[in-house]
Write a protein that binds this ligand. Structure first.
Ligand SMILES: NC(=O)C1=CN([C@@H]2O[C@H](COP(=O)(O)OP(=O)(O)OC[C@H]3O[C@@H](n4cnc5c(N)ncnc54)[C@H](OP(=O)(O)O)[C@@H]3O)[C@@H](O)[C@H]2O)C=CC1
Ligand SMILES: N[C@@H](CC(=O)OP(=O)(O)O)C(=O)O
Length: 350
């Protein structure tokens, strides 16, 4: 076993990549050297790691010749092409993209929920979808204690979830919109950018592409990834999951309205609140009298998942509503990735 590792961040110049750099710098991983990789466009760019200047390199299979650990967030196509090359060269890869998540041989891991799955890895570990991570983090203690029959989730997802370019696009649209608009402006021009419709001052009930059945791929990911993470045992009873995913004009921080039904109808809001408050990485923010509830603006820059607005459904015993918020770039991506890597090192699974 090595006592220091060469770590590569693939996609280092992106929205998630920039957080991977800062999360790695704050981590307990013993580091010999860091390589920052991106596309040809960014080769030569200078980035900082712990006060040291590192020059970004164009990623290629040979980039991984001397690498022990890869933290990857350069899109699914890049992961599919380069991560098997990294594994071939002896590296262990933690991948943020959806490329390998549903591969039955690849563990899909949220530390604190199912890190035991890490021991089954064959070189690649998948980091779940950002919306899935915060939801399973909040539901896992409830599931462990009372079982879950059904989850119905509606998401309110920040534009940074669609990458740095989407954030730039919304900022430009917002500037235009606020400059000299009449009270009832017509639809903004899209400028032929990444999104078909304006992101600023709008709601888009579409994240990722549409599937044949009318669900979007983001909704599909939330449904299937949730089951893969929570239902570790082959004989665990099925959980019914359905989702509606919506892009909202928020910079950072996904919100989720979650309606869930537990197996044990005797569970109460009070007990659920106690359980959430006692669970590491969860923060209960729930005091209607003080108007205390989770908000994206407060979750930004934090590693925890914030939970509030817990209510029992008076017309359906055993059913509850809650509101969950987390920083999609940290809790939903970079912090989870680096926590996975820390577990690999701690459990000697590198
Ligand atoms: N944003 C989020 O909330 C989350 C994102 N993810 C996933 O993480 C991945 C990255 O997302 P995000 O950071 O938002 O995206 P960005 O668009 O902000 O960043 C993409 C990164 O990938 C690099 N890249 C693009 N093409 C190549 C290539 N051919 N070879 C090497 N590097 C390349 C880019 O480099 P360059 O600067 O050179 O173009 C950039 O560093 C996606 O797969 C996304 O699905 C997962 C969970 C949450
Ligand atoms: N789709 C998420 C972010 C993301 O990239 O997810 P995934 O890694 O599952 O494609 C969002 O737009 O908010």
């Amino acid at each position: 076993m090595k006592d220091r590792y060469v770590v590569a961040i693939l996609g280092a110049t992106g929205a998630v990549g920039s957080r991977l750099i800062s999360e790695l710098a704050d981590s307990k991983i013993p580091i010999e050297r860091v390589k920052l990789l991106a596309s040809k466009r960014s080769a030569g760019k200078k980035l900082q790691f712990k006060g040291q200047t590192i020059i970004v390199e164009e990623a290629s299979p040979e980039s991984f010749d001397d690498v022990d650990l890869v933290l990857s967030s350069a899109g699914g196509a890049v992961s599919k092409q380069l991560l098997p090359e990294a594994v071939k060269r002896g590296a262990v890869c933690v991948d943020n993209t959806s490329a390998f998540r549903m591969d039955p041989t690849v563990p899909l891991v949220v530390p604190g929920v199912n890190e035991k799955q890490l021991k089954y890895h064959h070189g690649i570990i998948a980091n779940p979808n950002c919306s899935t991570i915060q939801m399973v983090a909040a539901l896992n203690p409830i599931y462990k204690k009372w079982g879950l029959k059904q989850i119905i989730v509606s998401t309110y997802q920040a534009v940074s979830g669609a990458g740095q370019s989407a954030w730039n696009e919304m900022r430009d649209e917002a500037k235009d919109y606020l400059s000299d608009r009449p009270m009832h402006p017509e639809i903004l021009p899209t400028k032929g950018q990444k999104h078909h419709y304006p992101l600023a001052f709008n709601l888009l009930p579409q994240i990722d592409v549409f599937e044949e059945d009318g669900y979007t791929h983001e909704e599909w990911k939330m449904i299937h990834e949730t089951k893969k993470i929570l239902l570790n045992d082959a004989d665990a009873p099925e959980i019914k999951v359905t989702a509606t995913c919506v892009r909202v004009p928020v910079a950072v921080g996904h919100g989720e309205s979650v309606y869930f039904t537990v197996d044990d109808e005797k569970s109460s809001v009070h007990e659920i609140k106690e359980l959430i408050a006692a669970t590491p990485r969860l923060v209960l923010q729930d005091d209607p009298k003080e108007q205390l509830y989770p908000q994206p603006i407060n979750a930004q820059g934090k590693r925890e998942t914030f939970v509030g607005r817990l209510r029992a459904d008076a017309e359906n015993p055993g059913a509850f509503n809650m509101w969950i918020v987390a920083d999609n770039l940290l809790r939903g991506a970079a912090s989870n990735t680096v926590e996975i890597a820390e577990c690999l090192v701690k459990e000697q699974l590198m």
